[in-house]
Design a binder for this molecule. Structure first.
Ligand SMILES: [Zn+2]
Length: 374
């Protein structure tokens, strides 16, 4: 078994880093161990040996390639971590991976339950599929032990622009796919980010039958791990709505009442940037826009923003985003809702509505509406 684990760890290292590339391995637990490696086989053996002794709560590896010189900090061995011994953002050569880190919502310091763990893996597949429909290549899917990871190959310089692009892209994925059961971690955008070294155990809290410690693993590696074209990454980053809408002088808008009145089908509700988001079953401007691309957002000041990722809606999203006239947004949305809910033949007569839309309206309770990831 131990050999099997060592070879799984080595496979992960060879996937993340090309031969000879320098990475840092960090073991966290009662004490921190840090080492720099350019030999995947030696790194895997040491990590496996440490893991087998249960000497660490978790073993991690840097995602992006490091500057060759940092190898001299501690060459191909793990040693007690000194202050300043770990990788900083400036030690990173380039950005070669985009990490989407999905965590099931649960109290801190404990392992996930089977259903929570499954929910994170299911959500990861959903994201991979949704992005592939928009032209993204399929990512590597990994089991982090408690949640799921998607790893997209990218090729960006390690600079401030790349950092902002990655930060916004993760925020856009979070906006579209996080809810009260699974959240996307938006803090993992730094170049020196470490991830679970796949093949090692995740030991969070004490292992119980309901919340066991699990071994992390690579779940699915595409036959060809293609690089995400920068324009796709930038388009995703740009899809993040601006939040500088001016205060509505008439005060906060009753968005819940609005959604109920217009029988807008809501896929899920969550917190967003201190406000709320309602990810819709279908776009109010075009019912063919299904999936998770359409959302109504309410900012902390009460202002409402509509956005849909489909090309045909970009202008509407933009207008809603930039308008300081909230009344105009409500009336535009109202009209769109009216048009989408009422079949053309009954327009002008009695409002027909749409029972199946109404039945999917959910997440009404404040508990469900609250963003429980904090
Ligand atoms: Zn749309």
């Amino acid at each position: 078994m131990t050999e099997e684990h060592a070879s799984e760890i080595e496979r992960a290292l060879l996937l993340l880093h090309s031969t000879g590339e320098v990475s840092e391995i960090r073991a966290l637990g009662r004490e921190t161990l840090v080492g720099y490696f350019n030999d995947a086989s030696i790194a895997a053996k040491q990590a496996q040996e440490l893991d087998a002794r249960c000497a660490a709560d978790g073993i991690y590896v840097t995602l992006n390639p490091l500057k060759p010189a940092v190898l001299s900090r501690c060459v191909n061995r793990l040693a007690k971590g000194k202050a300043g011994g770990a990788t900083g953002d400036g030690d990173v050569l380039t950005r070669s991976w985009l990490l989407v880190d999905l965590d099931p919502v649960r109290p801190s310091g404990i392992s996930s339950s089977a259903s929570e763990h499954d929910a994170a893996l299911d959500r990861a597949s959903m994201i991979a599929l949704a992005l592939s429909e928009r032209g993204w290549p399929m990512p590597v899917l990994a089991d982090s032990g408690n949640g799921a990871h998607l790893l997209y190959r990218i090729d960006l310089p390690n600079d401030i622009d790349s950092k902002q692009t990655v930060q916004k892209a993760l925020a856009a994925i979070d906006l579209e796919f996080s809810d009260h059961t699974v959240t996307i971690d938006t803090t993992v955008h730094n170049a020196a980010r470490i991830v679970r070294l796949y093949g090692t155990m995740a030991r969070k809290g004490e292992a119980t039958e309901a919340r066991p410690h699990r071994r992390s693993a690579l779940v699915d590696i595409p036959a060809e791990v293609r690089i995400v074209a920068p324009e796709y990454l930038e388009a995703l980053a740009r899809s993040l709505p601006a939040v500088n809408v001016v205060n509505d002088p008439r005060g906060s808008f009753d968005l819940d009442g609005f959604i109920e009145r217009h029988r807008i089908a809501v896929r899920f509700v969550g917190g967003w940037n201190g406000g709320r988001k309602f990810v819709l079953e279908r776009c109010v401007f075009d019912p063919a826009h299904v999936g998770t691309s359409a959302a109504i957002l309410q900012l902390p000041n009460g202002a409402v923003v509509f956005r849909c990722l489909h090309n045909g809606c970009s202008e509407k999203s933009w207008r809603a985003r930039c308008s300081t006239n909230q009344g105009k947004i409500y009336s535009t949305l109202s009209l769109a809702c009216y048009r989408s809910a009422v079949p053309p033949y009954s327009r002008g007569g009695q409002r027909a509505g749409s029972p199946q839309l109404h039945s999917t309206l959910r997440c009404r309770s404040p508990a469900e509406s609250r963003f429980s990831a904090e």
